[in-house]
Design a protein around this ligand. Structure first.
Ligand SMILES: *Cc1c(COP(=O)(O)O)cnc(C)c1O
Length: 369
C-alpha cells in the first residue's frame, strides 16, 4: 500500500498538524459512518479506549465491572487500574464469548458496567447481554478491539451498547503504523465527555471539571487509517473467504469434528470456528480447538507454519489478579479453552496453497500419533 500511504504521510508532515486536527476529525467521521455509530472519538490505543470509556461512566474504587476471563489483558486491566474490581463471568464454549446465562448471578449492587468482548472477530450474544444489563440499568461497553466490521442481526460491533471500544494496533483488522484506538457511541453527551477526557478533561484552553489524561490519536495514524479504512471491506472479505476455505479443508481431511461439535474428540481432533447464523464474523483470528494442542503447536513450528495461542492463561489465573481470590476450577470453560485453542495463519492475502500447507501439516501431525 506504499503508493497510497506515503503521499498522505507527506501531507501530514507538510501540514505540521501532528496531534488531533483535520485528519483525525475526517477519520472519526468516516469510521463512525463505517460502523454505523453517531459519534466516534479517536484515542491513543484500544486500551485507552476502554479506560476512557470506564472513566466516562465514573467507574472507580469500590465498583465492580463484569468481564469475561478469556480475553486480552486490557479488558480487565483497565477496570483494575481505576481501582475497581473485575468480576469474571465464564464464556460459551463454542464462541469463546461471555456467557449471558451466567451474567445475572455476577451482578451485585456495586456493579457499574458490563464489558462483553467480541473475541476473534465474532460478536458476543449482545441481545441476551443487553437484556440482562438493561434489567439492572447497567451500561454495556463493547470491547470491539478485534471486531471492526463484524455484525449481528444487522447491527455493527461497537453500536449495540453504551460505547464501543476499538484498537488499531498494527495486527488488528484495521491496523495503523503504531498505536491507536477509538470509542464509538450514539449518545452525544457521552461523546462530549470522552472528548474532554481525551485531553485532560479540558473545556476551552485551561479549564477542567473532569480528571482526564492524554488519550489523543496522532494525525499520522489517522491519515494512514483513512487510507486503510477504504480497503477494509476487501480485507474482511479476504479473511472470510480464507475462513470458509479452512473449514472446507479441515472437513475434507476428516479432521474437523461434526458441525455443531464444541469440543475436540478422537474421531474429530479439531473444532473449527463456525460462521454465526445471524451475523458476520470478521476472523481477526481463525482459532481452532485441538487435541494435544501443545504438541500440535510444536509440530507446526518445526514445519515452519506459524501459529499462536490466544490466550494461554485465563485472566482469573494471572498473577497480577491473584488478589481477586479466584481459584483453578472457578471458570472451567475458560480454563479448558486456554489449553485447547490454537490460532492458525489468517490474513486477507493468504493463498489457497498456503492454507493447504497449514491443514496438510495438521493432518500429518494427527496421522503420526
Ligand atoms: C488489542 C486488544 C485490546 C487493546 O488494544 P491496544 O490497542 O493494544 O491497547 C483490548 N481488548 C482486546 C480484546 C484486544 O484484542
Amino acid at each position: 500500500m506504499k503508493h497510497e500511504i506515503l503521499p498522505v504521510v507527506e501531507e501530514v508532515l507538510a501540514s505540521q498538524r501532528f496531534i488531533l486536527g483535520p485528519e483525525v476529525e475526517a477519520f472519526e467521521a468516516e469510521v463512525a459512518d463505517y460502523c454505523g455509530a453517531k459519534h466516534a472519538i479517536g484515542v491513543s490505543s484500544g486500551t485507552d479506549a476502554l479506560l476512557v470509556a470506564l472513566m466516562a461512566l465514573g467507574v472507580g474504587p469500590g465498583d465492580e465491572v463484569v468481564v469475561p476471563p478469556f480475553t486480552f489483558f486490557a479488558t480487565a486491566g483497565t477496570v483494575a487500574r481505576l481501582g475497581a474490581r473485575p468480576v469474571f463471568v465464564d464464556i460459551e464454549p463454542d464462541t469463546f464469548n461471555i456467557d449471558p446465562e451466567r451474567l445475572e448471578t455476577a451482578i451485585t449492587r456495586r456493579t457499574r458496567a458490563v464489558i462483553p468482548v467480541h473475541l476473534f472477530g465474532r460478536v458476543a450474544a449482545m441481545d441476551a447481554v443487553n437484556e440482562v444489563a438493561c434489567r439492572h440499568d447497567l451500561p454495556v461497553i463493547e470491547d470491539a478491539a478485534q471486531a471492526i466490521g463484524a455484525d449481528s442481526h444487522g447491527r455493527s460491533a461497537g453500536t449495540m451498547g453504551a460505547m464501543g471500544c476499538f484498537s488499531f494496533f498494527p495486527s488488528k483488522n484495521l491496523g495503523g503504523y503504531g498505536d491507536g484506538g477509538l470509542v464509538t457511541t450514539h449518545d452525544a453527551e457521552m461523546a462530549e465527555t470522552v472528548r474532554k477526557l481525551r485531553t485532560h478533561g479540558l473545556e476551552g484552553r485551561y479549564r477542567s471539571r473532569l480528571l482526564g489524561g492524554n488519550f489523543r490519536l496522532d494525525a499520522l495514524q489517522a491519515a494512514i487509517l483513512r487510507v486503510k479504512l477504504r480497503h477494509l471491506e476487501e480485507f474482511t472479505e479476504g479473511r472470510r473467504t480464507a475462513a470458509e476455505r479452512y473449514r472446507q479443508l479441515f472437513r475434507d481431511a476428516g479432521l474437523a469434528a461434526e458441525e455443531g461439535a464444541v469440543l475436540p474428540e478422537d474421531d474429530g481432533p479439531v473444532v473449527v470456528p463456525e460462521e454465526p447464523a445471524d451475523g458476520r464474523h470478521v476472523y481477526h483470528q481463525f482459532v481452532i480447538r485441538a487435541l494435544d494442542r501443545d504438541l500440535l503447536e510444536r509440530h507446526l513450528g518445526e514445519a515452519g507454519v506459524a501459529s499462536a495461542v490466544y490466550y494461554p492463561v485465563s485472566l482469573h489465573q494471572q498473577e497480577v489478579f491473584a488478589e481477586l481470590g479466584y481459584r483453578e476450577g472457578d471458570l472451567p470453560v475458560s480454563e479448558r479453552a486456554a489449553g485447547e485453542v490454537l490460532a492458525l495463519p489468517m490474513f486477507p492475502e493468504i493463498t489457497a496453497a498456503q492454507q493447504e500447507r497449514v491443514v496438510g501439516e495438521v493432518e500429518r501431525f494427527y496421522d503420526g500419533r
